[in-house]
Each structure stands twice: as C-alpha cells, then as structure tokens.
Write a protein that binds this ligand. Structure first.
Ligand code: ADP
Ligand code: MG
Length: 696
C-alpha cells in the first residue's frame, strides 16, 4: 500500500514536479517566478504552458477543459469545453491555446452579482490563477480561475482572497525588513481546514424532504440517546464508515490533497477529516474539492454526507476549524521559539494579530455569518457569536507582565510522569486546550473555529489577512520612522497589548457570564447573520478593504446584498418545506393514528360495554390539540412567509425572515415534534432522529 500511495499521490495534478518535467526550462522558470512572487504572468509563455497542460491532461484521459471558479453561491462552478478543433471537413485535433488558458468569457447572468451587473450585461470573465494547480477530474482539465464582471468587479470568493494574500505579504515584508530580513520575497499564508461532517444512510435521507431540500432536519423529536455518553468521539470506526473514509482518502490523495487525520466526532454519525496545511488559496481550492468528494464518495457507499452546520437539533453541529499561520522562507512566523519573552519579532506579530481581531471583530463575525451557521454559533457547543482570542496561560502571563512592566517568570515545562515504568516520561504542553474559544493560539498557529462546515473559507481568510495587513501597515508606518528601533518596537508591543487586552479571554466561552462580561468589555455580540451583516458597510470596514485593494466599496455593497438575499432565500425554502411536510405528511399521520385509536376504543366498547377508554381519550385529546397547534402555526407561517417574500429591500427582507418567520417555524416544529412522540412509530412517515443517527 505504501508504495501505491506515493505513486498515486497527486497523480491528477499539474503540480510543480509535472511543470518542471514538461515545460521548457525558461518557461518553467518564468512561471514559477510568477507563482512565487505573485506577479502577473508573461503572456508569451501562456501558449507553451497551455499546450503542455493539454498534452498531460489528454494522457490522463481528459477530453474537455473547464475554467473552475467560485461564484458567490458558496459552491464551485464549471462549464466544460472540448479540446477538439476541426481540421478540414471530417477531422479534429486536440487543441488548447494560451488565450483559452488565461481567460474565459461566460454568461454570468444567473450567478449572484448583488446588483453589480444587470442581466442584459451578462458578460462575466474568468481569469487563470497560476498559483493554484490545475487538475484532471472525471475526464476534464480543471483550471482554477478568478471570476469578475465586464466592468472588472470581483464576482467570486477567490479574487478578494488572492488580493488579501498580496496585501498581507506586502505589509508583513515591511515588518520583516525591520528585523533585518532582506532575503524573503514573499510572506506565505498557510491554512489547514479541519472539516466536520455527518453521514446518513441514503435510503433514510431520501425519505426526509427537509434534508433533501435544506440539508438539515426541520423536525424531529430527540432520540433517547444523544451524545451524552461521549462514546462516539474518537470511537472505533464502523465498517461502512471506514470503507467510505478509505475511498475518500485515496480519491483526495490522487488529487494531491494531503488528507491526514480522520476520526469520529462528538455527535453520533459525525466525523472529521483534516488535511496537512497548504498555501491559503490552494487550501481553499482543496477544501472545496474535499467537500465535493465527500458527497460523491458517500453516494458510492449508499450514504449521504451532510455538510450543513446543524443537521440535527440537540447534538453538536459541524464547523470547519481554520488553522492559519504566516511564514517566510519556509520559517513559521508564529513559532514563539523556546523563549518567547525574548523573541521581539514574534511578540510584535502576535500583537498585530490580536489588534487585528479586536479592531475588526465584527468583520470576523461577518466572515462566518450565514443562515446555517446561526444554528451553531452560540448554541452551547460551538464557539459563541462573540469574537475573542485565546492565547494560553503562558503567553497570557507574558502579555500581562509586558503590560504591567513586571518581571516574567516563564512557564517551566512540567514533566508528565504517569507512574508506569514502561511508559516514557514526556514533556507536557504548557497550555491546555480551550475548546470554547472562537480564535485560539495553538502553539504555532491560530485556529479560527467559527467557520461553518458548509462554507467556503475564502472569506474568513480574506478578512483575517486584510485585518492583519492593516495592523502591520500601521506598525511599519510608525517603526520605519523610529530613531531607536529596538526601544520603539518594545514600546509598540506594550502599547498594543495594553490597548487590545479586552479581546483576550481564556474562560468558558459558552457561559452566560461571558456574555455579560464581553458586553462590559465593549465587545460586539452579533447573534444572527442579519445582526452581523448590518455592520458590514461600516466606514471602517470600507476603509480597510479599499485601502488594501481587497474589495472596493461597490464590490462590498454587492456582497452585502447577496448575503442578505441568500439568507432570506434559505429561510424561505425552509419555511416552505416545513409547510409541505407538516400539512401533507405529519398532520395526516397523526389524524390516521387518531382515527385508529378512536376506532379501537369504539370496538372495545362493543365487545365490553362500559369499559374504560381513558387512555384512548387522553391520547386523542392531546394529539388533536397538537394537530390544531400545528395547523394554526402552518397558517401563520404561510402568511408571514408571503409577507416576507414581498419585501423589496434585501436587508429588510432578511430581517423579517429572521425576526418574524423563524419564530413561527420554531412553534410549528414544537407542535410536530410533540405529535411524533405520541404517534405510533409504524404510522410516522419519516425516519426518526434515532434511525438517522444510529443506523448508519
Ligand atoms: P487539532 O486542532 O485537532 O489538534 P492538529 O494539531 O493535528 O489538529 O492540526 C490541525 C490542522 O492545523 C491541520 O490541518 C494542520 O495541517 C494545520 N496546521 C499545522 N500547522 C499549521 C500552520 N503552520 N499553518 C496552518 N495550518 C497548520
Ligand atoms: Mg483543531
């Protein structure tokens, strides 16, 4: 197996090795320089690269190529063109030109543009991103691209990400120069996204309209068992799951994705996959591919992979821990070293990140805001909707000593001795983990835990990169003028930690105490997507994105519109699905059961005159009550839904769905879940929570 893995790994990727082997030396050098420095590609080499790519892809069985992009729908888009080009009347050759590689034009009228483009100006352009590797999948050569409108505005998630990487690299280099680094040409941003997901049997999935239409269960009484025994977390893999995971690993390895860790997660039927980190834009592409493969390969095993943030109420939801760091010349800049107290460069960078998260906490919250994630953030398991930073005991006491001007004693690494002679003694980590923190320092990287499992992580990384770029810009502006650099750096570190200490929190992020304390500290608490997006167009956010060339005000405004629209659409689909399920499946099932019991009570009386029927009467009464409640909730939901849908303004519409439609959905669900536990299981029309979570 070992040999096989190294042979198949990355075999469908046009990566650095393939480029070196297939491209003329000069072309290879020019292309890698473009990638390494982030500069624009020399158009004269495009034809050569395109031709080499095509020959390679054809050998891998490709007949088509596609520009692959990330429109603001949250999923990827592709349109396949065959390589064929006619020669004379009845012959074709396989061709692919530099022009076709570099840019494509497609009808963009059905992609969300948030008013950036009227449908009569339907042109959209895709532009090759040479820094993300092309690959062959299912007989097509995929070329990762950016996507923009006729007027040049970004219509995708990738363009702002690439711009933010550039911004952060430029500003970080200014900082490195101050510390005497004259070598590094670029600062690399690395990302490793731990992906959580649920698995369900396909036959059960097909019977749940809510899962099919919305990705989450809109109804369902809790099963007798949930996750309270904690017997699923890291538990042994079931055979069927293990087979699925092993196929998934292999598929990802072929695509050059370093799938490394897999395990069962906290909730029943919940799992996780973590890759080895990669440069941010590649990590984003790879995560999107990973999600696609999870779905595809699950189907092959008669399973369905649920990527929704909250498929089931009452058990943990799924997130995507976004591990993030920066490095230069292959050295991780977030590595504190053995004596962080003496590592001024590390402390300055740490201060910059803490400042960035504090200054732009609303944007951090916005970057993970969407309808699905609202069920998770703050819901007693995932990070809360309040953004804070966890640095661990050791760094926190170091920061305290810097701010207070007291001596730092340093945390001695304690030895862990389990008292078993055969088990070697090892050094303990100086800090324990804090699972409740939304943004935690974990040794040599930050782990942003708020992103939802279904989302494209381009936006969270774009915000993080740009906010940190801004801290660096301010620092560099100040320090480049300093007379005594060393003392200026020390003063700046102290000043920054003192000014931004309020964002550091190492307690329990799920507690109500924290909500109160965070309010006292003046931290933003934006519980819903609508609350969060209302702050998106704040002048300081516009200034941030436009000054770093990441997004123009126009691009931001279009995004704001799209996100409000998207939120409203999702809740709308959920409301309509609930109406259909409750009126056509659940109420008829309960009525059938009522009739059955009424019938049996009547028959009992025929056989034994005067016999007590209190049980039947009680069930009928309670069930009828719930049916009446459900019916009335359906009527209210119908009217609220149509009121909501008729609101013209996207922000107001989203707000109405959030404040008026969602509560009625909760009422309807409560009535139906009540009906479920009173109705005979053979009459209940859909698989239950127990069926879905425990019978995989
Ligand atoms: P956990 O958080 O569950 O302990 P790990 O420590 O194994 O998980 O790592 C989580 C993720 O962090 C992995 O995807 C790993 O590749 C990624 N990671 C490790 N170092 C870095 C780094 N320097 N930059 C970005 N991601 C990193
Ligand atoms: Mg983690």
């Amino acid at each position: 197996m070992e040999k096989k893995i190294s042979e198949i790994f990355g075999s469908m990727v046009f990566n650095d090795d393939v480029m070196r082997e297939r491209l003329p030396k000069e072309v290879y050098k020019s292309l890698t320089k473009t990638i390494a420095t982030g500069k624009t590609i020399d158009p004269t080499i495009a034809d050569v690269v395109a031709n080499a790519m095509k020959d390679w892809a054809v050998e891998k069985g490709a007949t088509h190529y596609t520009h692959w992009f990330q429109p603001l729908t949250g999923v990827t888009a592709e349109k396949h063109d065959a390589f064929i080009s006619p020669v004379g009347a009845c012959k074709v050759v396989m061709e692919f030109s530099g022009k076709e590689l570099i840019h494509g034009e497609s009808d963009a009228s059905s992609f969300p543009s948030g008013g950036l483009r009227a449908t009569f100006e339907a042109r959209g352009y895709t532009a090759w991103d040479p820094a993300s590797y092309a690959f062959v999948k299912d007989g097509t050569l995929y070329i990762p691209t950016a996507f923009c409108s006729y007027t040049g505005e970004a219509l995708d998630s990738k363009t702002p990400l690439l711009r933010s990487m550039e911004a952060l690299s430029n500003q970080a280099l200014r900082i490195l120069r101050l510390f005497g680094d004259t070598q590094s040409k670029r600062v690399d941003i690395t990302v490793g996204a731990e992906q959580e997901y649920f698995i369900i049997d396909k036959k059960m999935y097909d019977r749940r309209k809510d899962l099919v239409y919305t990705g989450r269960t809109l109804f369902g009484a809790p099963a007798p068992k949930g996750q309270e025994l904690e017997d699923h977390y890291f538990g042994p893999l079931k055979t069927r799951i293990a087979a699925f995971m092993s196929d998934l690993d292999e598929a990802l390895w072929i695509m050059g994705i370093n799938a490394k860790t897999k395990h069962n997660e906290a909730a029943p039927a919940q799992h996780e996959l973590a890759p080895i980190y990669a440069t941010a834009n590649i990590a984003v592409d790879q995560n999107l591919l990973t999600m696609e493969y999870m779905k595809k390969i699950a189907e092959r095993h008669g399973l369905v992979c649920l990527l929704h943030e909250k498929p089931y109420a009452g058990v943990n939801g799924s997130g995507k821990h976004n591990n993030w760091s920066i490095s230069a010349n292959g050295k991780n800049l977030l590595d504190p070293g053995k004596t962080p107290e003496e590592n001024m460069q590390f402390l300055l960078i740490l201060a910059a990140i803490i400042k960035a998260v504090d200054d732009y906490q609303e944007l951090m919250r916005i970057s993970v805001a969407h309808a699905g994630n609202d069920h998770r953030l703050g819901a007693n398991e995932a990070p809360p909707a309040i953004v804070s930073v966890f640095v661990g005991e050791e760094l926190e006491s170091l920061i305290d000593s810097i701010v207070d001007g007291t001596a730092y004693k340093g945390a001695k690494k304690a030895m862990m001795d389990l008292g078993i002679p055969t088990v070697p003694v090892f050094r303990k980590d100086t800090t324990d983990r804090n699972r409740t923190s939304p943004f935690a320092f974990t040794g040599n990287k930050f782990e942003f835990r708020m992103p939802g499992s279904s989302q494209n992580i381009a936006m969270p990384n774009t915000v993080l990169n740009t906010a940190v770029a801004e801290s660096f810009r301010q620092f560099a502006d100040e320090l480049e003028q300093a007379e005594n650099l060393e003392s200026a750096i020390a003063r700046l570190i102290k000043k920054t930690f003192a000014a931004h200490k309020r964002i550091i929190f190492d307690g329990n992020g799920y507690s109500e105490d924290w909500e109160r304390e965070a309010a006292a500290r003046g931290l933003a608490n934006l519980p819903t997507t609508v609350d969060a997006y209302k702050t998106f167009m704040d002048p300081k956010n516009i200034a941030l994105f436009s000054s770093h060339g990441v997004m123009s005000e126009t691009e931001m405004r279009s995004r704001e519109e799209i996100y409000f629209e998207n939120y409203a659409k999702i809740v709308n689909i959920e409301a309509l699905t609930m109406i259909v399920m409750a009126s056509r499946d659940y109420i008829p099932a309960a009525e059938r059961y009522i009739a059955e019991i009424a019938n049996s009570a009547a028959k009992k009386r025929i056989v034994c005159e005067g016999i007590s029927c209190t049980v039947e009467q009680d069930i009928i009464r309670r069930l009828s009550d719930l049916v009446a409640q459900a019916y009335s909730a359906i009527e209210t939901l119908k009217s609220e839904e149509s009121t909501a849908a008729s609101i013209e303004d996207a922000k107001e519409r989203a707000e109405y769905y959030c404040t008026k439609v969602l509560p009625v959905m909760t009422t309807l669900r409560a009535a139906v879940d009540g009906m479920e536990v009173l109705t005979s299981s053979d009459l209940w029309p859909v698989p239950t929570y127990g069926d879905m979570m425990f019978r995989v």
